[in-house]
Design a protein around this ligand. Structure first.
Ligand SMILES: *[C@@H]1O[C@H](CO)[C@@H](O)[C@H](O)[C@H]1NC(C)=O
Ligand SMILES: *[C@@H]1O[C@H](CO)[C@@H](O)[C@H](O)[C@H]1NC(C)=O
Ligand SMILES: *[C@@H]1O[C@H](CO)[C@@H](O)[C@H](O)[C@H]1NC(C)=O
Ligand SMILES: *[C@@H]1O[C@H](CO)[C@@H](O)[C@H](O)[C@H]1NC(C)=O
Ligand SMILES: *[C@@H]1O[C@H](CO)[C@@H](O)[C@H](O)[C@H]1NC(C)=O
Ligand SMILES: *[C@@H]1O[C@H](CO)[C@@H](O)[C@H](O)[C@H]1NC(C)=O
Ligand SMILES: *[C@@H]1O[C@H](CO)[C@@H](O)[C@H](O)[C@H]1NC(C)=O
Ligand SMILES: *[C@@H]1O[C@H](CO)[C@@H](O)[C@H](O)[C@H]1NC(C)=O
Ligand SMILES: *[C@@H]1O[C@H](CO)[C@@H](O)[C@H](O)[C@H]1NC(C)=O
Ligand SMILES: *[C@@H]1O[C@H](CO)[C@@H](O)[C@H](O)[C@H]1NC(C)=O
Length: 841
């Protein structure tokens, strides 16, 4: 703890928190200035005080502002012809974040000629005087000349009775647009059968409703659906079981929230509120069809995402539109498939991919002239994809016959041939996913015009056989000779570099890395921060080259961080061998790990290569590696992203922690990416959400979650049925039956003492209060058997406090021993620190 707690006051050594805004001062001024102006601001609009131009109303506690708002189009070159919308946004955070907009078909182009006012019919309306048009209305029946509007600290704009503010006719909170705030309802009106829907913005610059929507089941069951185009369901919450939605077990960890589901004769709705009102939290329907819960983290001045559904972006129906393909491992995750390009480029630029792609060159049968396009269409092979929807079975008993079947139908866009036979796609291709491993994986043969797939051999002959054939041949021979000479020199140089460098880091040239990776041919993995490729140095050393995408830090900082990472060496850390920095091209070169990641070794398959002894060795080695990062090296390094993907295994399954130091290297991008990519969130400590400074104990939490997965052999979230595994593990531990937690593939073949120790350590690691989590040094000692460990309490955030019948049973069974254990926990952690000699406060 000692070295790491003061991170926040010492930005250079604070990897996780380095995103602290350097430009805070000017922003702070702006806020102050804003507040002074707003002192005279009011929170109401009445019949004599319309809102126009730059005027705003502010909630009494200065939490929310309502006014005209123009979405920033920062990431586009498209003409930013100012479009204005009436919107509500948070007043005291530096990132302007809207929570509600008055959805209009036509935006306002000049707010000074528009007004948001109480009309004589009593409704709140948006008028465009220039066009003499009513653009929006609350549209409720009220008595004329009797109402006014007020903005509340809850973020709601209410239409109320002018003489009695407790009579509310309309609340924006119950008519959400893309944001579901605490206290809001998303209801089913049983009288009318109408549901309230949460729609995403169409794109990042246009608040009008997009294709996706979240709504309660109109048939009256207690579950929410996310739909595409108001018709196709691609996600369901499962039904409300009195405590949580059955398919959202993560809700049991939502200890900052109160949940409620109301169902009676007139309405059904779910609502959530914050236990602590000072925490800002919002659920949004994202432009790309995921619902996301964001929380404001004061210490880093950022929104942090800690929950989203569907879990991965590519599960969203038709998210990349027709002829688009989704790849969960790249950013952006949508691309057009080969031979196709974006239908509307400007939409894609604004992150709206739903428009999809169009064919570049028509097929042979689609063109009229037979002389021009004489060549028959060809097929492009896409292996390892999720096959698109709407396949049609066709005649054909071999791949060749299937190809002919496809060619004979002008509408056929693609075919596949698998053990169930021949299938063709006469309709548009939707829901294609690349680098896919789940159900419905296959190889797609995509039909393209011949010109899209030029035959390299033929084109070469054509040139040689041409008029200048002779000359060309000479030139080519010359070029080949030069090329080989150049290659040889280059190889020599690389060799020299790697030999002279010794223990220090090698500064590679980009061209050298291109060469040793065979132009980035063999991809080992992709991730949020860039892709990793296999390479081989001239002396046959295998390497892994990580190409960092979207790197925005300066050159000096890059070199400083890289040199820190390079000097951080330990048997349980992946070693950095070198780097490349040429302009925006930043690459890191690591030693190659033949057995891949723990993720790859642990989860898949019916059988497992990882025996209990190996698993224990991995757990212990990882703890030692992390301990080195936390305590033994000169600057404390918090990893921030401990998960099975980042634990690599060498030939004999010795674990090596990878990607350490990237948090600091990538700064603000890191935590953005960290919290938005799949696979990471299950490991994040609660303090990422609650906003307290991140310490090394955040890594301990992630380690604990990972250790539970090492024990069970399954992802914590994947245990299906009803229980969230960590919760289950903590309670089973108390019942003493640890063998039931063990990976069934091991068939009980594990040392009972080791298993118990590992389970106890894991449960201590995932405690909410970071001071009760052990240090990585203590973890290593416990696993080594040098320290004894007490029974851990059930983590508060993971238990359903008092609400779940199971939890009630559990607590009442153990209520007497519970208190003693909690007391013991304090004592035990003190004992630990005394024994291990580490400094605990
Ligand atoms: C409207 O509000 C303003 C300022 O809040 C106040 O001065 C005025 O009397 C109000 N008008 C009516 C009709 O309530
Ligand atoms: C307003 O309400 C009327 C009837 O109550 C309805 O016909 C009309 O479509 C509504 N307009 C909007 C914009 O909702
Ligand atoms: C409402 O107020 C307007 C102007 O203040 C007035 O012209 C109108 O007659 C009033 N309507 C009713 C129903 O009182
Ligand atoms: C305001 O309305 C509420 C609810 O209709 C009522 O209980 C209360 O007596 C009213 N207050 C006044 C001052 O009229
Ligand atoms: C349901 O809709 C009807 C008609 O619009 C309305 O009168 C009623 O108040 C609504 N019910 C609820 C619970 O909002
Ligand atoms: C509602 O019920 C009808 C009839 O049982 C069914 O066809 C429809 O799919 C259901 N809708 C949803 C959203 O489940
Ligand atoms: C959405 O559905 C409507 C019919 O309900 C259809 O007209 C429209 O084309 C669909 N949109 C897309 C993008 O397919
Ligand atoms: C249904 O529940 C809502 C909210 O609790 C309440 O306002 C309403 O009166 C209830 N309706 C019936 C018929 O019980
Ligand atoms: C083919 O010819 C028809 C009629 O001559 C014409 O309408 C069509 O646009 C042509 N199609 C192409 C792709 O040239
Ligand atoms: C073969 O491909 C079709 C079309 O996508 C699919 O429906 C079917 O399940 C596949 N069969 C096997 C055995 O993968």
């Amino acid at each position: 703890m000692s070295y790491c707690t003061n991170l926040d006051s010492h930005p250079p050594s604070s990897p996780c928190c380095s995103s602290k805004l350097p430009s805070m001062a000017p922003l702070f001024f702006l806020l102050l200035f804003g507040q002074i102006l707003l002192c005279t601001a009011v929170d109401t609009i009445n019949s004599t005080t319309p809102l126009t131009g730059t005027q705003k109303i502010v909630s009494p506690g200065n939490k929310f502002i309502l006014g005209f708002y123009s979405p920033t189009q920062s990431n586009t070159a498209s003409s930013g012809s100012g479009n204005y919308y009436i919107a509500i946004w948070y007043s005291n955070i530096p990132i302007q974040t809207t929570v509600w907009t008055a959805t209009t078909n036509v935006p306002v182009s000049d707010p000074t000629t528009a007004s948001f006012e109480i009309a004589t019919d009593g409704n709140l309306v948006l008028l465009d005087q220039a066009k003499n048009q009513q653009l929006w209305s609350t549209n409720v029946s009220v008595a004329p000349n009797s109402t006014m509007a007020i903005i509340r600290d809850s973020g709601s704009l209410d239409l109320i009775d002018a003489s009695n503010s407790s009579i509310i006719y309309w609340r924006s909170l119950d008519h959400p647009t893309n944001t579901w705030l605490p206290g809001g309802k998303l209801m089913l009106n049983k009288t009318t059968g109408v549901t309230q829907r949460l729609f995403p913005w169409k794109n990042n610059a246009d608040p009008s409703p997009g294709l996706f929507s979240l709504q309660l089941d109109p048939n009256g069951t207690a579950q929410y659906f996310i739909q595409w185009n108001k018709s196709i369901n691609y996600w369901t919450s499962g039904t409300w079981n009195g405590v949580i939605f059955s398919l959202v077990p993560e809700m049991t960890a939502g200890y900052n929230y109160d949940f409620q589901f109301v169902s009676n004769a007139t309405e059904n709705y779910f609502t959530y509120t914050m236990k602590d009102n000072s925490i800002l939290s919002r659920l949004i329907m994202d432009v790309n069809g995921q619902i996301k819960q964001w929380t404001w983290v004061t210490s880093t001045q950022q929104w942090i995402l800690f929950w989203s559904q569907p879990k991965t972006q590519c599960e969203v129906y038709a998210v990349c539109g027709v002829y688009g393909s989704c790849n969960a491992n790249t950013l952006p995750f949508c691309n057009c498939i080969k031979g196709y390009s974006q239908k509307v480029q400007s939409d894609w630029d604004l992150q709206d991919f739903s428009g999809g792609c169009k064919r570049n060159v028509p097929l042979q049968c689609q063109t009229n002239s037979s002389s021009r396009q004489a060549k028959p269409d060809k097929f492009y092979t896409m292996a390892g994809v999720r096959l698109p929807d709407n396949a049609q079975s066709a005649a054909g008993t071999s791949s060749r016959e299937c190809e002919v079947a496809c060619l004979s139908n002008c509408l056929c866009n693609a075919y596949t041939y698998n053990s169930s036979g021949c299938f063709v796609w006469p309709a548009d291709l939707v829901n294609l996913q690349e680098e896919y491993r789940g159900n419905g994986v296959g190889t797609l043969f995509l039909r393209l015009a011949a010109s899209e797939l030029p035959d390299p051999k033929k084109s070469k002959t054509a040139i040689i056989g041409g008029v200048i054939g002779g000359v060309a041949a000479v030139l080519i021979i010359l070029a080949i000779v030069l090329f080989f000479l150049f290659q040889k020199r280059r190889r020599d140089r690389t060799l020299r570099v790697s030999k002279t460098a010794g223990g220090a880091l090698i500064a590679f040239r980009y061209s050298d890395l291109q060469h040793v990776t065979n132009n980035f041919a063999e991809k080992l993995g992709g991730g949020a921060f860039g892709s990793v490729f296999k390479g081989k140095l001239p002396d046959s050393t295998a390497i892994a080259v990580k190409r960092l995408d979207g790197f925005h830090q300066g050159e000096k900082q890059f070199r400083a961080e890289v040199s820190t990472i390079g000097t951080t060496q330990h048997v349980n850390l992946v070693r950095l061998l070198g780097f490349c920095s040429e302009g925006s091209r930043k690459l890191l070169v690591y030693e190659f790990m033949p057995k891949g990641s723990l993720e790859v070794q642990l989860f898949p398959g019916e059988t497992t290569t990882l025996s209990w002894a190996i698993r224990y060795q991995i757990a212990l080695g990882t703890a030692r590696g992390l301990n080195y990062l936390h305590e033994k090296c000169r600057d404390c390094i918090i990893h921030c992203d401990v998960k099975p993907d980042n634990i690599l295994l060498d030939e004999s399954f010795v674990p090596k922690v990878s990607d350490f130091g990237l948090a600091k290297l990538l700064g603000r991008d890191f935590s953005r990416v960290l919290t938005t990519m799949r696979g990471t969130r299950g490991y994040l400590a609660p303090e990422w959400i609650s906003g307290v400074p991140i310490t090394a104990k955040a890594d301990v939490f992630s380690y604990g979650m990972m250790l539970l997965e090492i024990i069970s052999g399954r992802r914590n979230a994947d245990h299906g049925d009803d229980a969230f595994f960590p919760t289950l593990a903590a309670s089973i531990l108390h019942e003493g039956d640890v063998q039931t937690l063990l990976d069934p593939r091991l068939k009980g073949d594990a040392d009972h003492d080791e298993l118990t120790r590992a389970c106890k350590v894991a449960c201590w690691c995932i405690q909410d209060d970071e001071s009760t989590r052990p240090t990585t040094g203590q973890i290593a000692q416990i696993l080594e058997g040098l320290l004894d460990v007490n029974m851990p309490p059930v983590p508060r955030s993971l238990a359903v406090l008092g609400e779940s019948p199971n939890a009630i049973n559990f607590f009442s069974d153990l209520s007497s021993s519970q208190t003693t254990q909690t007391q013991n926990s304090t004592t035990s952690s003190q004992t630990h620190s005394a024994t291990s000699g580490s400094s605990q406060p």
